[in-house]
Design a binder for this molecule. Structure first.
Ligand SMILES: NC(=O)c1ccc[n+]([C@@H]2O[C@H](COP(=O)([O-])OP(=O)(O)OC[C@H]3O[C@@H](n4cnc5c(N)ncnc54)[C@H](O)[C@@H]3O)[C@@H](O)[C@H]2O)c1
Ligand SMILES: [Zn+2]
Ligand SMILES: [Zn+2]
Length: 381
């Protein structure tokens, strides 16, 4: 055990701080506290930008949680461990988890859920254990995001909010499994449990929607219809299994009518991967009576309520939500990393841009302009 692990000190390093909603990030010198009991401090190697970071950064609903360090899709190396941590050691390669797994609560032991009651999605900008931050600038606290905050050279996370992974896996690629790619694959496999030969419709062909497509293709779906307002997405989507493409802007009738017509009454499965609750209704209307299932993954920017005619459900459809694809993050992610290493799932094709940490605002611009799938930001060497 090295000196740093026995007695970790405050680290001063660079972090990309959002000072206010929608304001460009500023690279600042921040102080990162040593890990408290059951926590680990990670040197972030790579982080990719997910739409959820942008949605929360733009939102004016939580102005008190600024200044804030965003980022939740990341890979890194354990720098030091806090008291009581037994499942990590300095030098371990890890993925961060925006929703953790304590292994002991009702949900973690249920075998039915990944909604950990102890380390679930953190919305208050602090650490789960003591409701405090581990980042500061000259004594002023800087808030966390999802208890991960990977837009920093070093970050502290609960040991239940990270998973140790095979050291030979390339950290600059597998960071995408920390959120978007795993969320989409899991929605297709764990939540919908897509069966061979089925018809699938996916609303929104970003990394999340195209990961659903990849999952559907690997399950042998016969038709995978992609719906997106960005015409560029068809070309990219074909590589992940999209067989047909609909741009709602090109249709003379509502998109659900087009889908019902070409699928003889509606698809077997539909997925909302945009973050628009109106599209959840459209997705429900696009799947068939009897067994049609809509899975909703998107995180809405506005209007959180869903509205739908009750008859859509009375006629046998199911609406299911999906956080992190139903994966138990600590238990299940290592197997996804192995699948990638065996070339059983694609990740590299989602990475459209590699950027240096100083260029992080460019990643925000590219995603807002619809010009990227995932930008990987190389935070430290
Ligand atoms: N449930 C989860 O665990 C989970 C995990 C990661 C991301 N998300 C959420 O999933 C959603 C997708 O994330 P992403 O990173 O793939 O985002 P993204 O921005 O890369 O992709 C969204 C896609 O939707 C398209 N789109 C936007 N408005 C549309 C409309 N009205 N009609 C049709 N297409 C439209 C865009 O052109 C884009 O291709 C976001 O809401 C994100 O917050 C959820
Ligand atoms: Zn995400
Ligand atoms: Zn738990």
């Amino acid at each position: 055990m090295s000196a740093s692990t026995r007695d970790p000190q405050v680290i001063t390093c660079k972090a990309a701080v959002a000072w206010g909603p929608g304001e460009a990030l500023v690279l600042e010198e921040v102080e990162v506290d040593p890990p408290k009991p059951m926590e680990i401090r990670i040197k972030v190697v790579c982080t990719s930008l997910c739409r959820s970071d942008i949605t929360q950064w733009e939102s004016k609903a939580h102005t008190l949680l600024f200044p804030r360090i965003f980022g939740h899709e990341a890979s890194g190396i354990v720098e030091s461990i806090g008291e009581g941590v037994t499942d990590f050691k300095e030098g371990d390669h890890v993925l961060t988890l925006f929703t953790g797994e304590c292994m002991t609560c009702k949900h973690c032991t249920s075998g039915k859920s990944n909604m950990c009651q102890v380390l679930g999605l953190e919305r208050r900008g602090v650490m789960h254990s003591d409701q405090k931050t581990r980042f500061s600038i000259k004594g002023k606290p800087i808030y966390h995001y999802c208890a991960v905050s990977s837009f920093s050279e070093y970050t502290v996370v609960h040991s239940g909010c990270a998973v140790k992974i095979c050291p030979s896996a390339p950290l600059e690629k597998i960071c995408l499994l920390s959120c978007g790619v795993a969320a989409g694959l899991g929605a297709a496999w764990n939540v919908a449990n897509i069966s061979e030969g089925s018809n699938v419709v996916i609303f929104g062909l970003g990394t999340v929607g195209l990961s659903v497509a990849q999952g559907a293709k690997l399950r042998g779906a016969s038709r995978i219809i992609g719906v997106d307002t960005n015409p560029e997405k068809y070309k990219k989507g074909k590589a992940f299994g999209i067989t047909e493409f609909i741009n709602p802007a090109d249709c003379n009738e509502p998109v659900q009518e087009v889908i019902k017509r070409i699928t003889d009454g509606g698809a077997d499965y539909s997925f909302e991967c945009i973050g628009d609750t109106g599209m959840i209704t459209t997705a429900l209307q696009s799947c068939c009576d009897g067994w049609g299932m809509t899975v909703t993954l998107g995180v809405p920017k506005v209007k959180p309520e869903i509205t739908a005619h009750y008859a859509l459900l009375l006629s046998g459809r199911t609406l299911r939500g999906s956080l992190f694809g139903g994966w138990k993050p600590k238990s299940d992610l290592p197997s996804l990393v192995d699948m990638y290493l065996k070339n059983e799932i694609q990740i590299d094709e989602f990475i459209t841009h590699n950027l240096q940490f100083e260029e992080i605002n460019e990643a925000f611009n590219l995603m807002r302009e619809g010009k990227c799938l995932r930008c990987v930001i190389h935070v430290t060497k």
